[in-house]
Design a protein around this ligand. Structure first.
Ligand SMILES: C[S@@+](CC[C@H](N)C(=O)[O-])C[C@H]1O[C@@H](n2cnc3c(N)ncnc32)[C@H](O)[C@@H]1O
Length: 211
């Protein structure tokens, strides 16, 4: 099992998201009209001590209950002031920390719920990150994911593979991640998968640590 973080790729990811942090909400303006209902639906499952990975500018924050116990991390430190502003505006006492999901600083079994929305498309080694979630979530806890994935159709899938480097270099995300397979390879047990848009490109995955 390779547990090494690729520091060059990770630094590149951080730099890309730091670069787009001031424009992130603007870039996502149109898609957010659709995403917001998916966010609400996913976060309705959150309970107990919550870890949100890759909080970005805090787009999920409006959907948490006011008294939720949330720790948010992001590798891109320049995202965090935007997230802090949004949390303060909503009156949420969320702890925000710069951190990498591939190497979390939390002890084993620290959280009841881990949440990530549109994050594992960008994490350099998603299996390493998902294994870390498995480690820090309690055995009876849950991992809630909202992710876009590679479309499982011959022509479109190959087209996504070809276009992928353009998306990674311009904006950060990989458009051809096989996240359901990655979740399984990380040792998580999938409880449910909901396909949220045409051609099953976005999925809501509910898993538990399986330990
Ligand atoms: C596409 S944005 C999604 C932001 C937010 N979750 C949302 O739904 O709007 C991906 C976020 O994941 C963060 N990220 C990427 N790799 C990460 C890592 N290894 N650890 C923690 N955060 C990471 C990026 O900095 C960025 O803020």
């Amino acid at each position: 099992m390779d547990n090494q973080v690729d520091s060059d790729l990770t630094a590149q990811t951080k730099a890309r998201y730091n670069r787009i942090a001031p424009y992130y909400d603007f870039i996502e303006l149109l898609s957010e009209r659709v995403f917001k209902d998916w966010r609400r639906k996913l976060i309705a499952h959150a309970r107990g001590k919550i870890l949100e990975i890759g909080v970005g500018t805090g787009k999920n924050f409006p959907y948490y209950p006011k008294d939720a116990d949330i720790t948010g991390i992001d590798i891109a430190d320049k995202m965090l002031p935007f997230a802090r502003k949004r949390a303060d505006g909503l009156g949420l006492a969320i702890k925000l920390i710069e951190g990498d999901v591939q190497a979390l600083s939390f002890p084993d079994n620290s959280f009841d719920t881990a949440i990530a929305t549109f994050v594992f498309c960008s994490v350099p080694d998603p299996i390493l990150g998902l294994r870390e979630l498995r480690r820090v979530v309690k055995p009876d806890g849950q991992i809630l994911l909202l992710e876009h994935v590679r479309i499982d159709r011959p022509v479109i899938g190959i087209f996504m593979d070809i276009l992928n480097p353009v998306f990674v270099n311009l904006l950060g995300p990989n458009i051809n991640r096989r996240t359901v397979e990655n979740v399984e390879r990380a040792g998580l047990m999938i409880r449910s998968i909901e396909h949220l848009c045409p051609m099953q490109m976005v999925k809501m995955i509910i898993a538990h640590p399986g330990k």
